[in-house]
Structures are given as structure tokens and as C-alpha cells.
Design a protein. Structure first.
Length: 468
């Protein structure tokens, strides 16, 4: 008789691979099924990692083109896109091979193919070629992630009309890239191509970019990105895209509320209007696993679906579609299956947009506090008053700390700054311990650092900042 696994994980993204490793650490006999040729899911193959490789490389190009001269460095950089793409591919390969190494190290059995659940405790693996086989298992974790959402009238060919996947691999810099959706993907990948010379037009359905982010930070980022050459058409929707005989594309754009349509010509279109959970081919209807109204696998507070022994995590379930959220889900569900009682503080999951400057945020935005009728104090310190930022020519942005008006407890924060993504975590730890703005303000911060602005913003929730 074939092995019976304690746990079978379907999908090897940051949710699935972390779940498998944590379960193996806890002594379980673990199987992972992955249908793609490499492990690591969206994040490592076509998401977080390749996008950050291109964001870094394009930022270096931009710095060399426009930033070095002011520091007394004379250069005339020339773009070698093929090598830049080679850098991105090498980073992806190193990361996905790292997962393979970790699976081997943790004695996790891997299966290549599409996993579908035929009954509780049974998963059929169908490889691209060769015979299918059934795995027997005590528990199953669905970690099948998400795919780009589509719009009627727009078909993705990953050449001229691309999703994020195609936008990570253009063979030449498009002269004009039309981005549909002013969310994180549109602005990160728009930034990459803008820095490399593309004209970028962003069409956003709402009257603001970056829904979910504090509206002051969103307005500030729109101004900054406009200065970097991006143009925005807000309260507008693209209703159709056609590819012309000469290879150009024409998009039809209408006001979101309806009205006269106009057209925009471009060399390529990036469709980035969100992502949707991916459960196709999993056989959930066969075993009766329920989905919610948005197609996400429905789970209780312990990742358990309505079918005993079948759990789900990451982008396939409700919550922010972020790699670190998926990984935290993955570790927690492994611990739950092992009989432990982990807890994730979903209200303390940080978000980061890796533009220049970066935007990092956690907890409540000012808009949310206002809507909830919570009395709050604001400490907002600009980077123009930070010594390190001046030394680095990185004075764009600010730190905003929001604290309860009565108790001083920090309720949320936004940082717009170079390396904001590295700085948000001191606020995450503070909020994890229910800390007050005064706790932040009394913590010694090394000088000169960008993080000193966080302390100054916290001081502004009390008697006031020292350096402004
Ligand atoms: P996924 O990573 O999507 O992995 C799912 C895996 O399951 C895939 O490998 C898929 O092949 C496999 N699979 C699906 N169905 C089956 C099946 N039936 N059988 C076998 N295998 C199957 N998040 C961040 O936090 N930071 C970022 O900087 C960031 N950047 C991003 C940039 C881009 C361009 C994109 C698209 C996303 C980005 N994200 C980022 C989001 C992040 O990638 C996702 O939140 C994360 O990958 C979700 O992890 P997951 O494990 O739930 O699913
Ligand atoms: P998003 O939800 O961030 O943004 C989509 C945008 O498209 C929104 O502003 C929305 O209002 C707009 N939109 C929706 N329909 C539209 C229409 N018909 N016309 C014009 N605009 C329309 O989704 P995005 O950017 O596709 O990213 C998907 C997810 O991937 C993110 O929500 C995030 O979870 C994850 N991600 C995270 C990153 C990070 O953490 N740095 C980077 C990239 C992606």
C-alpha cells in the first residue's frame, strides 16, 4: 500500500511552501503538489520577486540617469534590457531553487501535476505527461493562490495586452504603456517602464488611486508619480481594447459614471484591476467545499472549510492578497493541524508599495478612523526635516502616526519614504504590544537614520517634534 501522508498541500506558493515546511518541522509526513515546473507560486515566479528585481534595476538606471550628477558623479547610462531581464530571471531561479532545497532538507515529498480532491483524504495528481496517481492523506491544505482578474472586452495575449506576467517580460520598452487600474501592480510595474523611458497613462475607475491606502498618502503618491512622468485619468473605465494591424493598440475609455467615449492609442496595455482566487480543476464541487460570493474558499477562523480535514489559506481565501499574509496563514494552519493554537493579528499585517519613494502602511488609515468615529491624534513629520534623507537626496515623503486621542495607543501609521518598507516593522512590533506613541517617542533611534522621522512623528502626538 502507498504511503499515507499526514498532510498534503496543493500549491507551493508562499502559503503552501511555508505550510509544508512548518508541518514537517512539527513532525508531519508532508506532500506538496505543484502544477508549475518550478516551486514558489505567483510570488517567486511571476510576482513579488521578479517585480522587485525589475524595480531595483530600473531605479538604479533612473538614479544613474538623473540622480548621480547632483552627487558629483558623471555618467551616461545606457539601457541593456536583455541583461536587466537576465538579472530578473536569475533572481527568480535562485529563489525557486531555494524552495526545492528547503523541501529536500525538510524531507517533504513533492509531486508535479494538477491536484484535485476526489474525496476527503484523497487527492488525484495529474501530471502534464504520464499516469495520474492518487495520494492518501489525513489532512489537505488548499493553497492554490490567485490569478489576474479580467474585464469584458479585453483579452490578454501577454504580448500587446498583458497581465502583470507579460509586463515583467516586455522584449522592448513600449513607447506608450496604457495601464488599466491604479492599484499596486499598475503603479509598481508602471514605475518600472516609466523609468526605462515609457510614457505611462493610468486609467483608474475610482476618483483616487490606491484604494485602501490613507487618502492623503494616495494623493501625495499621485503627485510624486506625475512628476516622474505618469499621467492619470481618474473616474474612467476602459471598455474595450483592439490590437491594430501595425501592432499598436487602441483602447476605448469612458467616464466611470457613463458618458462620451474617447480612444487612447498605445503600444501596449497592462490590465491590472485586481486578482481573483484560483480554484479551477480542484474538484471542490465534487467534495462539496463551499466558496463565498467572491469565489474564495470559505473557511472558519481556523482555516477549516466546511468539509472536515480540508483547509484553505493564502490568496485562495478571504483577506489581503499578500505573500506574507499567505505565509502566516500557512504556518498557522500547520500548527493548528498539529494541535497547537496559533494566532494571527490580521489587523497588523503591513502593506508596502515598492515605488520610489516606497509607501508602507499598517493598522487604520485616517479615513477609517474618521468613518468609525474614533477620536485620534496625528503626528506627521516630513522627510525634508530629516538629516539622513537630505544626505541621500531622499526628502520626498513623510511619516504619519495616528494615535488614540485619549489613551495615546498607536492605531495606524503610513510612511512615504525611500525604504519605507524596511521601516514599518518597528510600528508593527509596537502595535503588536498595544504600544503608545509615547513608547515610540521614548525609544532611542540611531542618528542619522530615516527611522528618526518615526520618532519625531510620535513626538508630535505629544508635546511636539524636536526638529521642526
Ligand atoms: P500563489 O503564490 O498564487 O501560489 C499558488 C500555487 O498553486 C501556484 O504555484 C500554482 O501553480 C499552484 N496551483 C494552483 N492550482 C493547483 C492545482 N490544482 N494543483 C497543483 N498546483 C496548483 N505580495 C506581497 O506581499 N509583496 C509583493 O511585493 C507582491 N508583489 C506582487 C507582484 C505581482 C506582479 C503579483 C502578481 C503579485 C504580488 N504579490 C505581492 C502578491 C503575492 O504574489 C500573493 O499574495 C502570493 O503569491 C499568494 O500566495 P499563495 O501561496 O496563496 O498563492
Ligand atoms: P488592486 O486591487 O491593488 O488595484 C486594482 C485597481 O484597479 C483599483 O484601484 C481598482 O479601483 C481599479 N479598477 C478596478 N476595475 C477597474 C476598471 N474597470 N477600470 C479601471 N480601473 C479599475 O489590484 P492589482 O494592482 O491588480 O494587484 C492585485 C493584488 O496583488 C494587490 O491587491 C495586492 O494584494 C497584490 N500585490 C501586492 C504587491 C505588494 O505588496 N507590493 C505588489 C503587487 C501586487
Amino acid at each position: 500500500m502507498a504511503d499515507i501522508f499526514d498532510l498534503t498541500v496543493i500549491g507551493s506558493g508562499p502559503g503552501g511552501y511555508v505550510c509544508a515546511i512548518r508541518a514537517a518541522q512539527l513532525g508531519m509526513k508532508v506532500a506538496v503538489i505543484e502544477k508549475w515546473p518550478t516551486f514558489g507560486g505567483t510570488c517567486l515566479n511571476i510576482g513579488c520577486i521578479p517585480s522587485k528585481a525589475l524595480l531595483h534595476a530600473s531605479e538604479m538606471f533612473e538614479e544613474a540617469s538623473t540622480g548621480f550628477a547632483g552627487l558629483g558623479i558623471k555618467v551616461k547610462p545606457e539601457l541593456d534590457l536583455a541583461t536587466m531581464m537576465g538579472h530578473k530571471d536569475a533572481v527568480v531561479t535562485a529563489n525557486v531553487s531555494g524552495i526545492e532545497f528547503l523541501f529536500n532538507k525538510n524531507k517533504i515529498t513533492t509531486f508535479r501535476g494538477t491536484g484535485s480532491i476526489t474525496a476527503p483524504g484523497k487527492v488525484l495528481v495529474t501530471p502534464e505527461a504520464g499516469a495520474a496517481q492518487t495520494i492518501e492523506t489525513r489532512s489537505i491544505v488548499i493553497a492554490t493562490g490567485s490569478v489576474p482578474a479580467s474585464l469584458p472586452g479585453i483579452s490578454i495575449d501577454e504580448d500587446k495586452v498583458v497581465s502583470s506576467t507579460g509586463a515583467l517580460s516586455f522584449k522592448a520598452v513600449p513607447k506608450h504603456l496604457l495601464v488599466i487600474g491604479g492599484g499596486i501592480i499598475g503603479l509598481e510595474l508602471g514605475s518600472v517602464w516609466a523609468r526605462l523611458g515609457a510614457k505611462i497613462t493610468v486609467v483608474e475607475y475610482l476618483d483616487r488611486i490606491l484604494p485602501g491606502l490613507d487618502s492623503e498618502a494616495a494623493r501625495q503618491m499621485q503627485r510624486i508619480l506625475q512628476k516622474q512622468g505618469m499621467s492619470f485619468q481618474l473616474s474612467a473605465k476602459v471598455t474595450g481594447v483592439v490590437t491594430n494591424a501595425d501592432g499598436s493598440v487602441t483602447a476605448t475609455v469612458e467616464p466611470a459614471a457613463g458618458g462620451e467615449a474617447k480612444t487612447i492609442s498605445a503600444d501596449a496595455v497592462l490590465l491590472a484591476v485586481g486578482r481573483k482566487p484560483y480554484t479551477t480543476g480542484l474538484g471542490l464541487d465534487v467534495v462539496g467545499v463551499a466558496l463565498d460570493e467572491r469565489g474564495r474558499v470559505r473557511t472558519d477562523g481556523h482555516f477549516q472549510t466546511n468539509v472536515p480535514g480540508i483547509y484553505a489559506i493564502g490568496d485562495a481565501v478571504a483577506g489581503p492578497m499578500l505573500a506574507h499574509k499567505a505565509s502566516d496563514d500557512g504556518a498557522a494552519v500547520a500548527e493548528i493541524i498539529a494541535g497547537q493554537s496559533p494566532q494571527i493579528h490580521y489587523e497588523l499585517i503591513p502593506s508596502v508599495m515598492y515605488t520610489n519613494p516606497e509607501v508602507a502602511w499598517i493598522g487604520k488609515s485616517e479615513d477609517e478612523l474618521k468613518a468609525a468615529g474614533i477620536e485620534y491624534k496625528i503626528g506627521k513629520f516630513p522627510y525634508t526635516a530629516n538629516g539622513r534623507a537630505k544626505a541621500m537626496h531622499a526628502t520626498q515623503g513623510y511619516v504619519k502616526v495616528l494615535a488614540d486621542a485619549t489613551t495615546d495607543r498607536v492605531l495606524g501609521a503610513q510612511i512615504v519614504a525611500k525604504n519605507a518598507g524596511e521601516m514599518i516593522h518597528e510600528i508593527a512590533v509596537l502595535m503588536g504590544f498595544s504600544g503608545a506613541a509615547e513608547d515610540l517617542a521614548r525609544t532611542t533611534h540611531a542618528h542619522p537614520t530615516m527611522s528618526e522621522a518615526i520618532r519625531e512623528a510620535a513626538l508630535m502626538c505629544g508635546d511636539g517634534a524636536l526638529h521642526i
